[in-house]
Design a protein around this ligand. Structure first.
Ligand code: GSH
Length: 227
């Protein structure tokens, strides 16, 4: 297959956009990164508005010479890349149904259960505080208890190999660390999992950990998840 031309529209600290980038780095694919300035409303105009009606990032334009394919929704982008570029694999094979089911469940649970309880935007942009968010914070901590169980006894979420499930979940977990959640004290298996992900070369090479840390420092969100 000819090497595709890939353009990734993102925003440096975005936990959504970094998923696509991690998958690209895992696959060893070359790509051009276009950083949009949301403060200037760059996502509301062309080219993004012509590529996606939702005008959100990540949006990836993938072209292997037979016309551009636009893919958005971060989980769709990483699935797409793993389907079209199966080596190295980012899903356990069908010949290992136990681990494959685990990875699939974690991705589905990320989308259906974990992402919906995220309060990061409400704290950072909505400037909502601990009292106002109390029921949502309780729901979030209860949800993290499931993930603690999932992280126990293995390096990554579907076993000892890094998969799409980790690309989906890890960036979101960083949000809760930024809001003061004490992984080491409250969920030790998740703390070990976070360390393993932070060491992953693709995650380090993405530069996202630094971009996210700088964003958190600049926005100084209230530590609503600190005990
Ligand atoms: N479910 C989407 C969420 C994408 C998303 O919310 N992206 C944010 C940046 S982190 C965005 O583009 N926000 C701009 C907007 O919604 O107007 C995904 O996983 O890609």
């Amino acid at each position: 297959m000819a090497s595709p031309s890939i353009t990734l529209y993102g925003v440096p600290p975005s936990q959504n956009a970094v998923r696509t980038e991690i998958a690209l780095l895992e696959k060893g694919l070359a790509y051009e990164k276009v950083a949009l300035d949301f403060a200037k409303g760059e996502h509301r105009g062309p080219p993004l508005s012509e590529l996606t009606p939702r005008m959100q990032v990540p949006t990836m334009v993938y072209d292997r010479g037979d016309g551009p394919i636009v893919v958005y929704e971060s989980v769709a982008t990483i699935r797409f890349l793993d389907d079209l570029h199966p080596e190295p694999p980012l899903m356990p094979p069908v010949s290992d149904p136990r681990r494959r089911a685990r990875a699939t469940m974690r991705i589905e649970e990320f989308q259906a259960k974990l992402d919906p309880v995220n309060v990061f935007g409400s704290v950072v942009f909505g400037r909502k505080g601990r009292n106002e968010l109390a029921p949502r914070l309780e729901a979030l901590v209860a949800e993290l208890a499931y993930w603690e169980r999932y992280a126990e006894g293995q390096r990554f979420l579907a076993g000892n190999d890094f998969t799409l499930a980790d690309i989906a979940v890890f960036p979101l977990l960083m949000h809760f660390e930024a809001l003061g959640f004490d992984y080491a004290g409250r969920t030790p298996a998740l703390a070990a999992y976070m360390s393993a992900c932070k060491e992953r070369p693709s995650i380090q090479r993405s530069g996202w950990l630094d971009a996210f840390a700088a964003f958190v420092q600049a926005m100084a969100p209230e530590k609503v998840l600190a005990e």
